[in-house]
Design a protein around this ligand. Structure first.
Ligand code: NI
Length: 167
């Protein structure tokens, strides 16, 4: 396993739309393991392949406190959504900044496992928000794209300031 380098805003590669996975082979299994390792190391609850410069429709998620509920999604698709909610979101590609983003409060998702098995599951709360956030990444969309211009500018200024401080 290897921990991968996470692309950070304003890297243009975060804008690339990922393509569907067609081959369920050893390469895919390794990519999934690397995504989990990177996500756990960076203390994220979700990580999309796009964020590590792999432009395939894969993301991993674990919203537990003790790494007990890992789920890997291949070619995910939201087939049903309802309600509206807002909670603070962060992103490993935007270190140190958070914003409230409007999301559906309940979703049903169709996806494949890394073995190519079809799954369908409902998600609510943190997992629901996370799945929507990660599917956005696969479409080249980041959470700041959901903010008003004013809020986005403010958040990106804060991010730049923090990036300067960590140099
Ligand atoms: Ni993110």
């Amino acid at each position: 396993m290897a921990s991968l380098f996470v692309l950070v805003y304003p890297d243009d590669r975060l804008r690339i739309k990922a393509t569907p996975v067609l081959q369920f082979d050893e390469t895919l299994k390794q990519e999934v393991l690397d995504l989990f390792e990177t996500m756990y190391q960076d203390h994220g609850v979700g990580l999309a392949a796009t964020q590590v410069n792999i432009h395939k429709r894969i993301f991993v998620m674990d919203c537990s406190d003790d790494q007990s509920t890992p789920i890997c999604f291949i070619n995910p698709e939201i087939v049903y959504s309802e309600g509206e909610t807002q909670s603070d979101e962060g992103c490993l590609s935007f270190p140190g900044v958070y914003a409230k983003v409007p999301r559906a409060s309940k979703i049903r998702v169709k996806y494949l496992t890394d073995q190519g098995e079809q799954q369908e599951r409902e998600f609510e709360n943190l997992e629901c928000m996370c799945v929507q956030h990660e599917i956005d990444h696969l479409n080249g969309i980041t959470f700041v794209d959901h903010l008003s211009n004013l809020k986005r500018v403010r958040l990106l200024k804060k991010l730049q300031k923090q990036q300067r401080q960590t140099l």
